[in-house]
Ligand binder design. Sequence first.
Ligand code: NAD
Length: 292
Amino acid sequence: MKNAGRIDGRTQLIGLLATPIGHSLSPAMHNLAFEKLGLNNVYMAFEVGNEQLEEVVRGLRALNIRGYNVSMPNKTTILQYLDELDDSARFTGAVNTVVNTNGKLKGYSTDGSGYVRNLREHGIDLKGKKMTLVGSGGAATPIAIEAARAGLAEISIFARDDQFFARAKENVRIINEDMKHAQVKASIYPLEDQEQLREEIRTSHIFANGTGVGMKPLEGKSVIEDVSMLRSDLIVTDVVYSPAKSRLIEQAESVGATAINGLGMMLWQGALAFELWTGQEMPVDFIKEQLF
Ligand code: NAD
């Protein structure tokens, strides 16, 4: 009989639970990696919202599948259905990866560690450095937490006066109080105070945008109003990867700063989840070459 494809009776499923889901790059990324490494897994995306989540988690546990990614709107709702949380998930209050070990479900957040790992791939070590970060939503929160855990000396968080401001305060509290051993000092400032922003960036090694400013519908916009806030020995990172060159990345390049967009963070959050499920390293360079 002809081989009808690589799926057989032993193929293990890895899932993604989110809605909307059609735009996700994760299935292409993980399936390509499984194929490249000859792993007998398949990655499938499932349109799941908060209403179905509990039942879906129960069903997947019964099927004993190895794990899954969780994206919006399920990243915080999922916490109550899991048996255990890694510190990455506990401190951020969100989960993007679930691993099933003998029926026990453990939640992780690999977004922040993906950010840190991508910086390391660029030869940047956060130990002893100061970061100024804008935002406190789903992308900025794990960046703040994992950068602090990776050894930052100081982090200044700027947040707009909106529904995310309380989370910015909570991130600062967690870093200063719950992560005392990390010896990092966190401060919070209103984003409206551009002069304070200028001052914090002036004394920082890294400036990070953790907001969607620069991406549709805010394409062409930047959290930096005046490019003279940036300088050539600054590292500027953006969570935005579409467009590949956001306004902030263009501003950073125009002053000769090191400019890193959000693609690497996105790839590495996937690669770290892949490693948690399979115990193997994702062939990141190959994936980048094939998909981006
Ligand atoms: P979110 O809705 O959870 O948070 C949005 C954040 O942006 C909040 O802090 C909010 O205060 C701030 N914000 C929104 N509009 C603003 C404005 N006009 N000025 C200043 N601040 C503003 O969203 P999220 O999930 O954190 O996503 C933010 C961006 O990060 C999106 O562009 C998303 O595509 C990107 N993202 C990238 C990765 C990656 O791996 N590179 C991962 C997750 C999200």
